[in-house]
Design a protein around this ligand. Structure first.
Ligand code: PEP
Ligand code: MG
Length: 624
């Protein structure tokens, strides 16, 4: 071991699996344990988004949560009923009692004992959330009355369903935007952690994100980390236990949330947060130093960014460049495809901002859960195995042409590298080279200046690319491993599917063997090998990747200082022995045990100058 390790002021086992032990019985628990997705601590009022407005969310309600769910339904009915009464009085004053009558009728419809009984029965018997039961009631009313003769009766049918629609809106928060616009910062609570939910947020207003579903490696999680929000997912029955505006504490390090904290909770939170800030300040103070082990092996720590705004949110001097610019998010933030000129300006600005450090621009990687609002993708049964990444760019070559033209024009203003997503074969790489050469020649003829050397690399995130990497590397300048996808494809476990999240294991020996193979191919070909998947952001895992032979990791900016610090605290011999132990591990559990042992050794070697006390806390577990 080298430099003394600055231990984080918490101790949380890092694991892709949710730890459910020790949670209180659901209905009374004030603290809920989920999966930690993005680190940090936050406290504030919660804003609940129950669904994306187009879709009625469905979830099953646990036996001991039925009372809570019925109360939520009652509350929504009461809110709508009060609103109707206010409206009745206002209209009565403005235009007369006759016009106001309809609101009284609507209130009576909501009070109908038959409808209420039906809702309660369905909720109790089928254990479905309130939204689904109200939606079923609306459909039934529309069907019943819509089939009757006469325009007036049909119009009455629409009227009868209308107040229930308002209840559904209330349940789904379609009407509570006023809370969001009131200016206070909030913790966002949602059913799912989708890229759509995260990207539509006003960054300055969100304190943290908590959701019922959404894995640690989903694109929503990637964005939450990149935006710097503490984030906890896989919180069972979260939404039924929250009320709009309820205060919560989010612990993105431990993966827990506390509902309606009391004074002691708040004091503990404030104390921990100040220790955390002190710890981060110390780490950052060191982050200007190069990433090299104590025996002098230099490695590179780069950053992943999703938007050019991200370039202003971290210290460039702490990094060795941008290892992954996910350009699809530039496309997602718009209402139509960005033009060549627009892209050129953006890429040029980014390159200029890099002050000579390299910027790795990944070509458009849409498909699966990354959809463009203005480009209809086919409905696919298996989108993860479908039309995405390079496959789209090679079929819609205009897209690739425009993006490459913009990128190559910008290359004159900095150090650009181009990275291809979802490569599966050497033919695909050849086809890109042909297009690349054609675009370069055209730009030359048109008098544009283009950098002489723009390396083109491949992402290895599909097993076939891993298996034929030797030949692919004859035509690629570098390799970057997308472990978020590679793990899902190697283990046949969807990165976004909570039902298989326990199988999605970046420490699985098959993944370790694959990574080992990739690093070896790159070393033999004399090419740089990086990992830009999320697993690299965990400092012990990053050390394992360097031990296996990768020369670079590219991580969310928030992890740079910690990863660099861990690198400086280890020496070559420790890395070699780690590599041989994880190569020999027979299960994910054994690999994780190696990582935890590594953390324990680092933690047992804290900085003696930890006068602030941030390094000295004994942790229940040594891992994070
Ligand atoms: C990956 O798959 O690991 C990766 C970096 O790409 P994305 O997360 O954007 O799919
Ligand atoms: Mg990927």
């Amino acid at each position: 071991m080298g430099e003394r390790f600055l231990a984080p002021p918490w101790g949380v086992p890092w694991s892709p699996q949710r730890d459910t032990e020790g949670t209180e019985p659901m209905a009374q628990a004030r603290s809920i344990k989920g999966t930690a997705v993005a680190p940090g601590l936050a406290m504030g009022p919660v804003h609940v988004v129950r669904a994306n407005p187009e879709r009625v969310p469905t979830w099953s309600v646990r036996e001991d949560e039925i009372g809570v769910e019925l109360a939520r339904l009652e509350r929504a009915i009461d809110v709508v009923s009060e609103r109707l009464e206010e409206r009745r009085q206002r209209i009565a004053k403005q235009t007369g009692e006759k016009d106001a009558e309809i609101f009284a009728v609507h209130r009576m419809i909501l009070a109908d004992p038959m409808a209420r009984k039906r809702l309660e029965e369905q909720l109790r018997e089928e254990r479905l959330n309130a939204e689904v039961c109200v939606q079923a009631l609306i459909e039934r009313l529309v069907e019943m009355l819509g089939g009757l003769e006469g325009d007036n009766v049909r119009a009455y049918g629409a009227d009868v369903a209308d107040p229930w629609r308002a209840v559904l809106d209330e349940l789904m928060n379609r009407e509570t935007e006023s809370f969001v616009s009131c200016g206070e910062k909030f913790v966002l609570a949602a059913a799912e952690l989708t890229p759509h939910v995260v990207s539509m947020l006003d960054r300055d207003r969100v304190l943290a994100i908590i959701t019922e579903t959404g894995g640690r490696f989903s694109h929503g999680a990637v964005l939450a980390r990149s935006f710097g929000y503490p984030c906890v997912v896989e919180l069972p029955n979260l939404l039924s236990r929250l009320e709009q505006g309820m205060r919560v504490i989010v612990d993105g390090d431990a993966g827990t949330i506390q509902l309606a904290p009391n004074e002691a909770d708040v004091d503990a939170f404030l104390e921990r947060r100040s220790r955390r800030v002190a710890w981060l300040d110390e780490l950052k103070a060191d982050a200007l130093l190069p990433a090299a082990t104590s025996c002098g092996r230099a490695v590179s720590v780069q950053v992943n960014i999703e938007s050019l705004r991200d370039l202003d949110t971290f210290e460039l001097e702490h990094t060795d460049g941008v290892g992954l610019l996910r350009t699809e998010f530039l496309y997602m933030e718009r209402t139509q495809f960005p033009s060549e000129e627009e892209q050129y300006r953006l890429y040029r600005r980014a390159l200029e901002r890099m002050s000579g450090r390299s910027l790795t621009l990944r070509t458009l990687d849409i498909g699966g859960d990354k959809q463009l609002p203005y480009f209809k993708m086919p409905d696919e049964l298996n989108p993860a195995l479908g039309w995405r990444g390079l496959r789209v760019s090679l079929e819609w070559q205009d897209l690739l042409n425009v993006q490459l033209r913009a990128a190559l024009r910008a290359s004159a203003h900095g150090s650009l590298r181009v990275l291809l997503p979802m490569v599966t074969s050497i033919e695909e790489v050849h086809r890109v080279h042909q297009i690349f050469d054609r675009v370069r020649a055209q730009l030359g003829e048109q008098g544009y200046e283009v950098a002489a050397d723009v390396p083109v690399g491949v992402m290895v995130e599909v097993p076939s690319a891993m298996m034929v990497l030797d030949s692919i590397l004859e035509d690629a300048d570098f390799v970057s491993v997308g472990t978020n996808d590679l793990v899902q494809y190697l283990l046949a476990a969807d990165r976004d599917n909570p039902w298989v999240s326990r199988l999605y294991d970046p420490c699985h020996p098959a993944v370790i063997a694959g990574l080992d193979r990739i690093a070896d191919c790159a070393r033999r070909a004399g090419k740089s090998a990086s990992v830009c998947g999320e697993m690299a952001g965990d400092y012990a895992t990053a050390l394992m990747l360097f031990a296996l032979g990768f020369d670079t990791v590219s991580v969310s900016p928030h992890f740079v200082a910690e990863v660099k610090h861990a690198v400086r605290c280890i020496d070559g011999a420790a890395l070699d022995s780690l590599a041989s132990r994880v190569r020999g591990a027979r299960s994910g559990t054994e690999v994780r045990a190696e990582l935890e042992a590594l953390r324990a050794r680092l933690h047992a070697h804290p900085r003696e100058d930890g006068a602030t006390g941030v390094g000295g806390e004994p942790s229940g577990s040594t891992a994070r």
